[in-house]
Design a protein around this ligand. Structure first.
Ligand SMILES: [Fe+2]
Length: 246
């Protein structure tokens, strides 16, 4: 599997505190079946990670883990950080692919300017990967908020703990709805701590309950991003989203 969202890079945010903890996270990820792991530190007001900090931490961790798994870089950018200069955004590219950027969904509210900001990224040639919208209360109430974003080319990342129910029923229900409606494209751990449970990508894949779809979410889509290939089509038809508008 390929995990494109984690806080494994040490000492940058609320994830791995030091190199030792970061290596332990990599071991747990490998044990869970992850072959490529992205270190995507927060880039936001409370954790204002600079590109060179991410790059330095990535190089140090690569050296420490050797060939246990392949580490790639990135950043999880708050929407207010999207106005940074393009060359800086490029250094936070997801898995080093300049065509993708991981954008954090606000935890509260649904900023009216969000669709516009994501659209602007798209027009500058960058595909936004929206991180864990299923954890947002507005999206839980109205999953159809994502319809125009996905139609405009945004990819949606679900968190493994949402999919398998570790974050509660409401979040799990929302994740299942997004999956059913074709509004989700990849599952990632968003791991902050070193345990297989904190990563849980395997258990999320099992919870999807459809092996071809699980493989698309945890391997084929993230692999296309890592390898700079086109995202492959979804293996299962999307059910009509009629009931959103009842
Ligand atoms: Fe995250």
């Amino acid at each position: 599997m390929i995990d494109l969202h984690s806080h494994v890079l040490p000492g940058l945010d609320d994830g791995a505190a030091d190199l030792e903890e970061a290596v332990a996270m990599c071991r747990a990820a490998a044990e869970d079946g992850i072959e490529v792991l992205a270190g995507t530190p927060h880039v936001r007001r409370d954790y204002p990670t600079a590109p060179e900090q991410m790059e330095t931490a990535l190089a140090a961790l690569r050296e420490a883990v050797g060939d246990l798994l392949r580490l790639v870089g990135g950043g999880e950018l708050d929407v207010v950080e999207l106005d940074r200069p393009p060359e800086e955004l490029a250094r936070f590219a997801l898995a080093g692919n300049p065509g993708y950027l991981l954008v954090e969904t606000p935890y509260r509210g649904w900023p009216v300017e969000l669709p516009e900001q994501l659209f602007r990224l798209r027009t500058s040639g960058i595909v936004p990967v929206l991180a864990h919208p299923e954890r947002n209360a507005e999206v839980q109430q109205r999953p159809d908020l994502l319809v125009p974003l996905v139609a405009g080319g945004t990819l949606v990342q679900l968190t493994s703990a949402s999919v398998d129910g570790r974050l509660g029923r409401r979040t799990q229900t929302c994740a299942a709805t997004l999956l059913r409606q074709g509004l989700a494209h990849l599952v990632a751990s968003d791991a902050h701590r070193p345990s297989v449970r904190a990563i849980g990508l395997r258990s999320a894949a099992d919870a999807v309950g459809d092996r071809a779809l699980a493989r698309w979410l945890t391997l084929e889509v993230p692999r296309a991003i890592v390898d700079r290939e086109p995202v492959p089509p979804r293996p299962r038809p999307i059910r009509p989203r009629r009931h959103f508008f009842r």
